[in-house]
Ligand binder design. Structure first.
Ligand SMILES: [Zn+2]
Ligand SMILES: [Zn+2]
Length: 186
């Protein structure tokens, strides 16, 4: 199949009537995926947009994009192969943004969402009704001091980092960890 001519995965909602004119992949998440989050263009302007492109990357099995959109200080802790096999094993059924909080404090945002999936057995047959991962994800906006460019990154709460609360934050903000991203990584 040619995914670029299909409806973007992030435009598929489990109750199909919720999105009246869904975008095609080529007009939605593909430009982000193809440029692999290139600093020059196509950076996601909001945490919700970044969240959607990450969901589509899971559906289309693009683990590099998942890594690149995670906070740089956490990227080396991620297991690309594990992300890839999890994405492959999941039969995704749509995304529902429950709530987007675009500004939390100075540089954070949160997106509450439900990523729906079909529980299947090894033979690929549906074994139960559609279920959802219901999550609240935190994002941090990082400013590149060299060019004043700012972009959103996913703050991964599953990455165990040995940080003392008084160290400078992993996002590079210059604030203490506990007053910055540490507040969202518990
Ligand atoms: Zn999309
Ligand atoms: Zn921080």
């Amino acid at each position: 199949m040619q995914p670029d001519l299909h409806v973007c995965p992030c435009q598929i909602h489990p109750s199909s009537s919720a999105i009246s004119s869904p975008l095609l992949y080529k007009d939605c998440c593909q430009p982000y995926h193809d440029r692999l989050y290139d600093p020059e263009d196509n950076k996601a302007n909001t945490a919700e947009r970044l969240m959607r492109t990450r969901y589509s990357a899971f559906v289309l099995i693009k683990p590099e994009y998942i890594v690149k959109t995670t906070l740089p200080a956490q990227q080396s802790f991620l297991d690309v192969n594990a992300i890839e096999s999890w994405a492959k094993e999941t039969d995704w059924a749509g995304i529902e943004i429950v709530e987007h909080t675009p500004k939390l404090g100075k540089r954070h945002a949160q997106v509450e969402f439900k990523a729906h999936f079909k529980p299947t057995n090894n033979a690929g047959n549906l074994v139960d009704k559609i279920q959802a991962h219901h999550e609240l994800s935190t994002f941090v906006k990082v400013k590149n001091k060299a060019n004043n460019d700012a972009r959103w990154y996913f703050l991964d709460p599953t990455v165990a980092m040995t940080m003392t609360q008084k160290q400078p934050c992993i996002c590079g903000s210059g604030e203490k960890f506990k007053r910055c991203c540490g507040a969202y990584l518990v």
